[in-house]
Design a protein around this ligand. Structure first.
Ligand SMILES: NC(=O)c1ccc[n+]([C@@H]2O[C@H](COP(=O)([O-])OP(=O)(O)OC[C@H]3O[C@@H](n4cnc5c(N)ncnc54)[C@H](O)[C@@H]3O)[C@@H](O)[C@H]2O)c1
Length: 251
């Protein structure tokens, strides 16, 4: 039996990286996946790839920092399915730089996607999730939501806020049979981390601090998202699932 048989899922930022792997795994497990991304062409490519393997997917260009984009996609999902069983708030970015040089525009850009986007999607998907017989909302934060590192100050602030937001939402959405959890990855090889991982000294520093002695893969995170999306996590809400190879468990 497929673990997401007949489920309707929406994954933000699923044109690449962790979101893409999550959308692809959900489709393999029987979900109809809305592949959404600010990069509409990337979303189309992922959805076409899913369809070519016999899965079900709909692509949509959706910038989570734009209210009209999110409303338009919710209207399309309402018309096509009338419900959402799984929503993954995955879209995220960083603008690298030392905090003391961060411009207002840099900060707004990070916040608009990493925090405001999560708020908007969690709110605008509510009616569709309430129409499910039991929905799962997954907010992708980061181990940096509770840690500090150079050039990640603004990013960390938004991710910490997502962890807190998730707990409040879990409280408010529980009466409507909507579970809300945070998924916090450690260091995963994607476009987001490509530039810093090109520095072999930093890469070694990270691996030395990871108990399992390797960086994470997008599949590692997609499998954790599948767990949170499926009934296997039926008794979890308001929790933070950390998938970091043990990086934050050690000193
Ligand atoms: N890669 C890591 O090590 C890591 C670690 C912890 C947390 N995360 C989080 O995981 C999530 C995915 O990161 P990733 O590493 O796969 O990044 P990625 O850069 O590979 O992919 C991010 C995707 O989000 C899309 N996107 C960017 N802005 C958007 C917007 N405004 N609206 C919609 N889509 C948008 C991009 O087009 C891209 O397809 C992010 O929230 C990130 O903060 C990543």
């Amino acid at each position: 039996m497929l673990r997401l048989h007949d489920k309707i899922a929406l994954v933000t930022g699923s044109g690449n990286g962790i979101g893409r792997a999550t959308a692809e795994l959900f489709a393999v497990q029987g979900a109809h996946v809305w592949v959404t991304d600010v990069d509409g062409a990337a979303a189309e490519t992922v959805a076409a790839g899913i369809a070519a393997k016999g899965g079900q997917a709909t692509a949509a260009a959706m910038d989570v920092s734009k209210g009209q984009d999110v409303s338009a996609v919710m209207r399309r999902v309402t018309a096509d399915h009338g419900r959402l069983d799984i929503v993954v708030n995955n879209a995220g970015l960083n603008v690298r730089g030392d905090f003391r040089h961060m411009t207002d525009a840099d900060w707004v850009k990070i916040r608009e996607v990493n925090l405001d986007g999560v708020v908007r999607v969690a709110r605008d998907a509510f009616d569709l999730m309430r129409a499910s017989s039991g929905a799962s909302l997954i907010n992708v934060a980061s181990i940096m939501g509770s840690k500090g590192l150079r050039q990640l100050v603004g990013y960390s602030a938004t991710k910490g806020a997502v962890v807190a937001l998730t707990k409040g939402l879990a409280f408010e959405y529980a009466p409507f049979k909507i579970r809300v959890n945070t998924l916090s990855p450690g260091y995963i090889e994607t476009a987001l981390t490509e530039r810093i991982l090109r520095n072999p000294i930093f890469e070694k520093w990270l691996i030395d601090r990871t108990l399992l002695k390797r960086l994470g893969t997008v599949e590692d995170i997609a499998k954790a998202a599948l767990f949170l999306a499926s009934d296997d996590s039926a008794y979890m809400t308001g929790a933070e699932l950390v998938v970091d190879g043990g990086m934050t468990a050690s000193l």
